[in-house]
Design a protein around this ligand. Structure first.
Ligand SMILES: [Zn+2]
Length: 249
């Protein structure tokens, strides 16, 4: 496994001192190749957390450009970034934060047609996209490729985050009803900025714990956050034997 330079040992000292991480865990982070889908509200928490943590390679997939209405929940961007590619700006952010991280921007919409090709070769995918159709396409590709998926969503005052390792998958939870169009998104429903940041930070923690091997495996559990009562709860997702992606049919 790749070694850590003196600069990296200093940089990640507060990680390495943790018994749960140590030098071994830090080298696992450095060796990891993670795809982040969406440099929006979730991605604005996930990308700095992963880049700061020293995840070695990050692919940032987002076809959008920054709009003024994004800025209340997307601190990756500034006012003068309006109109510019989120993926490219996220790359610049990562380069400023941590030059040990190799980031690759992909300014494309990810869907059923290109998800397998865009996600192949990654060790973990974190999906912070804002609609069911994308989330299901990403989940199906992760199941087919055998890549663990952290799926995170935030809308209004509600958040959900789950880690899926092929079975059960995100489709077992959601079902097939939402494939066709963007029947939900926060442009229409609204979302509190601090809520998406909380959910994104949770997703980053889940991803880092999964890569390093901290704690019990969280696969198949969905963590739900209520931003009004400020309570987290977890439910277990049962595998759906008839699931189109991971079922036996
Ligand atoms: Zn499934």
């Amino acid at each position: 496994m790749t070694d850590l330079s003196d600069t990296e040992l200093e940089r990640y000292a507060r990680h390495i001192v943790l018994p749960q991480v140590g030098g071994v865990g830090q080298r696992k982070l450095k060796a990891a190749n993670v795809a982040v889908i969406g440099a929006g509200g979730i991605g604005s928490a996930v990308i700095p957390a992963l880049a700061g943590a020293g995840v070695g390679r990050l692919t940032i997939i987002d076809e959008d450009v920054v709009e003024l209405g994004n800025l209340h929940r997307q601190p990756l961007f500034r006012e003068r970034d309006a109109g510019y590619s989120k993926a490219d700006l996220a790359l610049q952010f990562v380069e400023r934060l941590n030059h040990f991280v190799k980031a690759s921007p992909v300014q494309q919409r990810i869907g059923t047609d290109n998800a397998p090709q865009l996600l192949a070769g990654h060790d973990l995918v974190i999906d912070g996209s804002d609609n069911f159709a994308t989330r299901l396409a990403v989940s199906d590709a992760c199941v087919a490729l055998g890549i663990p998926l952290v799926s995170a969503a935030a809308v209004q005052f509600q958040g959900q985050v789950g880690l899926f390792r092929s079975k059960p998958c995100y489709r077992c939870f959601v079902g097939d009803a939402f494939d066709s169009d963007d029947c939900d998104n926060c442009a229409e429903l609204g979302v509190l900025g601090a809520l998406s940041a909380s959910v994104g930070s949770f997703a980053a923690l889940l991803a880092i714990n999964s890569i390093v091997g901290v704690g019990d495996d969280q696969a198949g559990r969905l963590h739900l956050f209520n931003g009004e009562t400020l309570e987290w709860r977890a439910i277990r997702i049962p595998p759906d034997p008839g699931c189109r992606a991971c079922g036996s049919a």
